[in-house]
Design a protein around this ligand. Structure first.
Ligand code: NAD
Ligand code: WQD
Length: 339
């Protein structure tokens, strides 16, 4: 069964390709390499014994998207990861984000809408909840006004897909990820941020390697267990497996509604200091860090209520925070030692 994975050479996409191939799906990766490397294909092959088909296409190119779907008219499902994801950059360059994250989505859906039947999975984000009042956050929690153009592209994306499923044969699942971290246990693929990492775990592992002098912890005066912000860090392999289950649900027509939404998190919140201490435990070294003022736009506490994904999808995370951080650390060491 042929599955298209857009952004399939990126962080979450590449791990999902591995899990799809492990379940014998035939994968076609579409990526423009704007935030990934062609070498990821080799990593996927080393893990699964199979190199997925690859088409280097920029999804902002409407004609190229049309040609692609004509060529692959037998596609059983599309998992759409391709997007730009840097929150700060999106504030400075909003139109880049609206074009890449919204226009591309529209072009893909235009092609899927022509089909007798189509299955679509969308990478959404817990950012759509903003700072929810009640923790843990269930899918019924109202979406809040977006705090950045990036966050807005996820909300607009969800709305576009909702509208399209009402009037077409497209069945869709929106997956709202909490904070994905870690890498495949083989360390053949992982997260490769370009430039200075904005996210906590890659910054920690780079600091652990000596590439960064010290981690800045953004604020310790939040109303949390130790004053630092709380997030729900999910191992990327657990996240990838959820995509396979969601896809199987669509292709086997087990979906209860044409549009379904699931939170993908562990259900447990961890503070920044807890993440640091997990890193220190798995790496056996002290992490240099200093407390600095709060980062603008950060919310205090965000973690998932995962009941719906647990019961309806029958999916549950398997890895602990320490296992996820250990995998990120193994990957970081391998990447740096090979350069
Ligand atoms: P990533 O940047 O590692 O992967 C995205 C991939 O899409 C990259 O390989 C990039 O080259 C490709 N791409 C971007 N624009 C493209 C275009 N126009 N045409 C073709 N390919 C294009 O990001 P990721 O962390 O793997 O995130 C995947 C998805 O999950 C994104 O939609 C992101 O918004 C969403 N998401 C990520 C997180 C996170 O913290 N990583 C959290 C919530 C949601
Ligand atoms: C986690 C915690 C920081 C870096 C972002 C996006 C969100 C989603 C996931 C895509 C926070 C603290 C971080 C550092 C720190 N992406 N921190 N020092 O902000 O929860 O979410 O990525 O959809 O939309 O906003 O993740 O990893 O940046 O931060 O103290 O150098 O670590 O303040 O509390 P965040 P993050």
């Amino acid at each position: 069964m042929k599955i298209v994975v857009t952004g399939g050479l990126g962080f979450i996409g590449s791990h999902t390709v591995v899990e799809l191939q492990n379940e014998n799906f035939e994968v076609v990766v579409v990526d423009n390499l704007s935030n990934s490397s062609i070498d990821v294909l080799d990593g996927i092959e080393r893990i699964t014994g199979k190199k997925p088909l690859f088409e280097q296409i920029d999804l902002r190119d409407k004609a190229a998207v049309q040609v692609f779907f004509q060529k692959h008219e037998d596609v059983a499902g599309v998992i759409h990861f391709a997007a730009s994801k840097a929150v700060g950059e999106s504030v400075k360059e909003p139109l880049l984000y609206y074009e890449n994250n919204v226009a591309s989505l529209v072009y893909i859906l235009q092609e899927l809408q022509k089909k007798q039947e189509a299955n679509f999975i969308f990478s959404s984000s817990c950012t759509v909840y903003g700072q929810a009042e009640v923790m843990p956050i269930a899918e019924t929690t109202p979406v809040q006004t977006a705090m950045s153009p990036y966050g807005n592209t996820k909300q607009i994306g969800e709305e576009i897909i909702t509208d399209v499923t009402k009037v077409s044969n497209v069945n869709a699942i929106l997956l709202r990820y909490f904070n994905p971290i870690g890498s495949h246990p083989s360390a053949e693929i992982g997260e490769l941020p370009m430039g200075v990492p904005q996210n906590l775990v890659p910054f920690i592992t780079q600091t652990g390697m000596g590439l960064r002098e010290s981690l800045s912890v953004y604020g310790n005066d939040y109303p949390t267990v130790d004053g630092t912000c709380v997030r729900d860090y999910i191992h990327v392999v657990d996240l990838a497996k959820a995509h396979v289950i969601a896809l199987q649900r669509l292709v086997n027509k087990k979906n209860a509604e044409k549009l379904e939404v699931f939170n993908l998190g562990t259900g447990t919140g961890s503070s920044v200091l807890e993440v640091i201490s997990a890193f220190e435990k798995v790496s056996g070294q002290k992490l240099p860090y200093t407390i600095v003022p709060r980062r603008e736009g950060d919310v205090t506490s965000v973690y998932a209520n995962t009941d719906k994904a647990n019961t309806v999808l029958g999916w549950k995370t398997q890895s602990t925070l320490e296992e996820a951080i250990a995998s990120a650390w193994k990957w970081e060491q391998k990447v740096r030692n090979s350069r």
